[in-house]
Design a protein around this ligand. Structure first.
Ligand code: DGP
Length: 114
């Protein structure tokens, strides 16, 4: 997608603090971190929202969680604990319409989220 900021990070057209990538997914540090670890895991394929995920994408979405798990291990937050969040549509706070899994950790988390 030409006007998608995350597609531009995938293409290398705008910089990103990339911490993991493979053929299918890319992960980078969030520009506006909400915790000591705040990474975003995205599919290299453009999918706008959770509502647009198709059955064929099931493995891809699973790979996003495997990347999140690796980031958590690498950042030393796997055992203390971390949170993954994917917002869907503006009512839930989605501002970038290319699905992304937030990986947050390194501080205590409260529940429910706001
Ligand atoms: P959400 O509100 O769930 O759509 O989260 C979007 C996140 O994306 C938000 O935490 C800030 C982050 N973000 C937006 N633009 C950029 C960018 O250009 N680079 C990086 N690294 N993060 C961005």
């Amino acid at each position: 997608m030409t006007d998608c900021i995350f597609c531009k990070i995938i293409a290398g057209e705008i910089p990103g603090d990339i911490i993991y990538q493979d053929d299918d997914v890319l992960a980078f540090r969030d520009l506006n971190p909400q915790a000591p670890t705040h990474a975003l895991v995205i599919p290299k394929k453009h999918i706008s929202t959770i509502n647009d995920i198709q059955s064929d994408d099931a493995e891809l979405v699973g790979k996003m969680f495997l990347a999140a798990q690796k980031i958590a291990k690498d950042d030393g937050i796997a055992e203390p604990g971390y949170r993954t969040v994917m917002n869907c549509n503006s009512g839930a706070g989605q501002t970038v319409f290319h699905i992304h899994l937030h990986v947050l950790g390194g501080r205590a988390m409260s529940w429910p989220p706001g």
